[in-house]
Write a protein that binds this ligand. Structure first.
Ligand SMILES: *Cc1c(COP(=O)(O)O)cnc(C)c1O
Length: 480
């Protein structure tokens, strides 16, 4: 091939492309080297196409390439974290960020983020204060505990509690004692939180007692010795042992602890601040009840049933909380100002139970009535039918789970809208929904896309219908 026949010769240069209006407009928003990289990448794609004979009209011009560069940068620089419409019906969806927080809590985090606040300042005296003080105040009022403190999540709360309570003073400082736990409570939560491993990380020694289904008070008592530092109870948040079972109550464990002068740690998991029986869920321990039963330290998450930001709350005896706050790991585990602001706002809502049921999204979603859900499903179904682009649209009653490792064996009745796409497979359609803007996460079942209306906020319905409409259009370019 002679030089003049080479179709690549007519390909514009990087400089020529940089000189186009489209790229000049990009220069106001993006770094020069990012743009040059994108131009080079686009040129490379074109070169290959031209050489493969795919580009029938030869090389495109500089303006056409500039538009492709613009699109490439738009796609490449999109945020990787995006808002998702949760159409799964799972209220605490770990992959979707667990609890959506109250409007007031989000506002508090926003204000804390963009300005200054008295994070560690006593406004009265002008002296330094602890960032834990506000949370301490509201948690003690809400749970009846003497004191409280907060860390990044309940896993961190568990580690720091175990470290502090098992540190043995005396001849071998730094050495740690044993913690007695029932074999029926050696839980794993979400893959990376396993009680035996958390125990090992904390330096404490796990002393398992009883059997998976049966642990008696005498099993704990027999294991107590000079090396024992604490007794621990863990709520089996994400599973239940049924059938021939026996376990020890918090009160019994506390009585045993008092007899042997051992603290009792109670990891209640989800952080219920009010009674979930009202929603038809049974067996969820309430923070206040655990404190009342005499647990020395009660641990729970902020972003499960409590419905706040990710956090791990420790409530209990003042002397233990003070020791925990002195642990050097406290610095590594402490929450940032946005979390603290959002958590404080969430806890303040709980001071009025009616306000909590109305304003905390998790509580509101869990307490929606079947009639309310049905009305929403009817509305969604009629709007999706009106699109005219789906093979079928149907509504039905269904069951859903709370999720997030809470109340695993208890279902809620809910209402769903099931749609069958016209040409695409269910998996393709679901992928398009996930990659759309806004992203939509739905369930897929038997060739159909299932939208559970419980977790779709009323102000998201328009966008959801729009997203379904776009996905149903043939030839919509899937977002790379
Ligand atoms: C969820 C859970 C944890 C872990 O809490 P994170 O806040 O997710 O770290 C620990 N213990 C129990 C019983 C739990 O349910």
């Amino acid at each position: 091939m002679s030089r003049s026949d080479n179709p690549l010769r007519r390909l514009p240069s990087v400089t020529q492309i940089l000189d186009t209006d489209a790229i000049k407009e990009l220069q106001t928003r993006h770094a020069h080297d990012l743009i040059v990289d994108a131009i080079r990448a686009e040129l490379q794609v074109i070169r290959v196409k031209v050489l493969d004979g795919e580009s029938r009209n030869g090389a495109p011009g500089a303006e056409a390439i500039a538009l492709r560069v613009q699109n490439r940068l738009r796609v490449d620089l999109q945020p990787r974290l995006r808002s998702v419409i949760n159409a799964t019906g799972i209220v605490l969806h770990t992959n979707l960020g667990r609890a959506p927080i109250a409007e007031e809590a989000a506002k508090a985090a926003y204000d804390a983020a963009r300005g200054y606040l008295n994070l560690e300042l006593d406004l009265d005296t002008g002296k330094r204060s602890s960032r834990q003080d506000p949370i301490r105040e509201w948690i003690t009022r809400l749970t009846g505990a003497e004191s409280a403190t907060v860390v990044n999540n309940n896993a961190a709360a568990t580690v720091i509690a175990l470290r502090t309570l098992t540190l043995t003073p005396g001849p071998s400082p730094g050495g740690r004692g044993e913690v007695i736990v029932s074999r029926g409570q050696l839980i794993e939560i979400g893959g990376s939180f396993r009680i035996p491993e958390i125990m090992a990380v904390s330096g404490a020694t796990l002393r398992e007692v009883g059997a998976t289904n049966i642990t008696r008070l005498s099993d704990y008592e027999k294991a107590i010795g000079p090396q024992t530092a604490a007794l621990m109870q863990i709520h089996t948040s994400n599973y239940r042992i049924a059938g021939f079972t026996q376990s020890v109550t918090t009160e019994e464990l506390v009585t045993l602890g008092k007899k042997h002068n051992l603290p009792v740690i109670d990891d209640i998991g989800s952080g219920a601040l009010l009674d979930f029986n009202r929603f038809g869920f049974t067996g969820e321990p309430i923070a206040r009840a655990s404190v009342a039963a005499g647990a020395d330290l009660v641990l729970f998450s902020g972003d499960k049933l409590l419905g706040g930001p990710q956090a791990g709350i420790l409530a209990g005896r003042k002397e233990l909380i003070q020791r925990i706050e002195k642990d050097p790991l406290m610095r590594a585990f402490r929450c940032d100002k946005m979390t603290l602001a959002a958590l404080e706002a969430t806890l303040r809502i709980y001071l009025n139970e009616d306000a909590a049921l109305r304003d905390i999204p998790v509580l509101r979603l869990l307490s929606m009535t079947s009639e309310e859900l049905k009305t929403r499903a009817e509305d969604l179904a009629s709007r999706l039918t009106a699109l005219g682009s789906l093979e079928s649209v149907a509504m039905a009653e269904d069951v859903a789970y709370v999720g997030g490792g809470s109340l695993p064996d208890q279902t809620m009745r809910t209402w769903i809208v099931e749609v069958k796409p016209q040409t695409l497979s269910d998996a393709e359609f679901a992928q398009r929904l996930r990659l759309g803007a806004p992203a939509v996460m739905a369930r897929v079942r038997d060739g159909k896309i299932v939208f559970d209306v419980r977790t779709i906020f009323p102000d998201q319905i328009d966008s959801l219908v729009q997203a379904v409409k776009l996905c149903g259009m043939c030839g919509m370019p899937a977002n790379p």
